[in-house]
Write a protein that binds this ligand. Sequence first.
Ligand code: F6P
Length: 364
Amino acid sequence: MGNNGNSLTKIFGILTSGGDCPGLNAAIRGVCRAAYDRYHMQVLGIANGYRGLIEGDARFLTPWDFSGILTRGGTILGTSREKPFKSKPGDYDHALEADKVEAIKENYRKFNLDCLVVLGGNGTNTTGYLLAKEGLNIIGLPKTIDNDIVGTDRTFGFHSALSIATEAIDRLHSTAQSHNRVIVIELMGHKTGWLSLYAGVAGGGDVILIPEKPYDIKAIGRHLEKRFQSGRGFSIVVAAEGALSVEEARMDKKERKKYREQNPSLAYKVAREIEAETGMETRATVLGYVQRGGIPSASDRVLATSLGTAAAELLAKGKYGRMAALLGNEVGSIDLSIPAGKVKYVPEDHYMIDTALAVGTCMG
Ligand code: F6P
């Protein structure tokens, strides 16, 4: 559905949704500068993700808005975790959700949009796919530090978070060694362990815990004791916030939710379990939102700019219902149905797990 077909100048809306990350502004700049300079389009900046589209909180951007933002962290548009389709018929707020979708369609028409470009993770691109099924022209870009979007070999934000986490792990080595301690660092990644796996390998973690592989505290204890007996008096445990023990993995959803409420931080829980299991002095660090802050790495700047300009080309060619994606070493695009509703988990036979094991890492 394009409401602006009678004019040569296409108008597209752009929004950023979900968790922020370094590289979002580089991607905004890539889309907008290519669309504005090369394809002479008008850009409507939408505030705070889908909430801005529901509320009609948007304004036309000028080159001044999307210049000089390549290296800026965060998103100049603001973001939210608004998910217009999140409820299902029968949920108490389903009626309200239906209004949100109608409001989006109404504002899409009111702003005379030919297309809506959405920068986000799984939830954002799934919402984009559902809006495409409602008749809107949608183009997605794959953003998240979690790197868990199906259909793209990497998401922008991941490499910057990987660099931040690796530097933190490097710093922990010196203090752990000085005190002959075990230090557990908790990284982001509720559902998937890509960031912890890669940062654990990059930072030389002795133990890496990811949500995809429930851990056995006795196996961890044996590994740490073996390291200690070989003369290395310290160890680093890299743990994704969503990692869980084999006992927790056996719990049903309700039990696990209650258990997590009593043990809000994985790092402190694992540190306590390690001390109880081995008697080794253990400390915990939660890296948290530091992983999502600051300027994008060079690699993320290149990836975000490439995906952004690829999205502008899809816009110009009217190739809607697609997500720009890294496919091997090339930037291309895939149908939005491919990532929609899915999460890319670390497969147990992934080469990076074998790489970690090959250098003596314990995977729990
Ligand atoms: O989706 C990216 C992410 O940073 C996850 O790794 C993390 O668990 C989550 O967002 C945190 O969500 P929020 O920013 O809403 O606290």
